[in-house]
Design a protein around this ligand. Sequence first.
Ligand code: GMT
Length: 389
Amino acid sequence: MGPGCWLVRMKIGIVCYPTHGGSGVVATELGSALAENGHSVHIISYAIPFRFESFRSNLKYHEVEVTAYPLFRYPPYDLALAGTIMEVAQQYGLDILHAHYAIPHAISGHLAREMLNGAGKNVKLITTLHGTDITIIGQQRIFQPITRFGIRASDGVTSVSAELKDRVLDTIDCGAQHIEVIPNFVDTERFKPGCCKEKRAHLAAADEKIVMHVSNFREVKRPRDVVQAFARGTRDIKARLVMVGDGPEVGAIRELVRELGIEGRVNMLGTYDAIWELLPQADLFFLPSEYESFGLSALEAMACGVPVVASNTGGLPEVVEHGVHGTLHKPGDVDAFAASIHALLRDDATRTRMGQAARERAETKFKREALLPVWEAYYEKILAEPPRA
Ligand code: GMT
């Protein structure tokens, strides 16, 4: 993607979590794509996001410095973040602050914008809602009013799926705030079928099928169901479960794998950043989450030509069409997941067809090059609007 000469070059601050998780990935990949297209991008976080690859003069990372002081039992990260945003905005003349995840990023962004506007600098705040900021954090009694405040205070708000937008409007009184749906995207040059074939031998024997799960092993991902459904669905099939990622449920999952006596057929790899090297080796991608606002990892698998077995929850049906790119079932229906895994692993022709359709879907609907102009147009629209009263 080359710099388009018609474009207004913008100075954009992106605030995100650096940890393994979809919102940080989306924020970082958007930042890289914008920088490649000639905009000046500043990523602000408490550590370098794991997908951050800076070798460009117009893509910078700024660390939030959190000061310890004997009086602070809890060092005020949100204020340190607001201070850092303000400093970066002043130094580089930012036009836009793009907060990924409502809590606390939208609030710190709001604070920074108010301080900047008070100093005569007009900066616009855009908040992207990613899912758990609404469905888990935003539903907690203590956080709901502040989530609502952050949404209302933003100059623009986006959500990663239509389902998440509806959920926000149903559960949070957003006032007059409009929510724009801009789906996540995938780099289809990096995530592609056939990549890194030499990795396969490290994951499984040549005659074993690979079922892959990638997540941060939180309860919402239902990792126990991953193991149970794999065990039930592959009793008479030579197959291996490859689990990638780390998180609070990992210990319990290891235990369950031992209880079921399938340790010889399960690889728990821990975190692996270059996930595009592993995904194409899978025969099936498995994501039986309780909820996914979008399911970026499923999209990344699809871009690699891998069919997906997932929950029919949240925004997943907007990404994966049941029967076309894989199969979708009710969260918790372990028998249905097991039956799908069994049927698909036994049917090479259907898997190949679904894998091809999945790749095509990623290329036609969620390609980075197609969604970048959507973001640019959205930024320009928000910039053109008068400042909030
Ligand atoms: O899934 C997680 O636990 C991480 C979380 C995040 O904020 O990093 O992911 C959310 O945002 C992703 C990117 O937009 C979506 O693809 C995930 O579906 C969403 N997770 C949930 O809704 C549980």
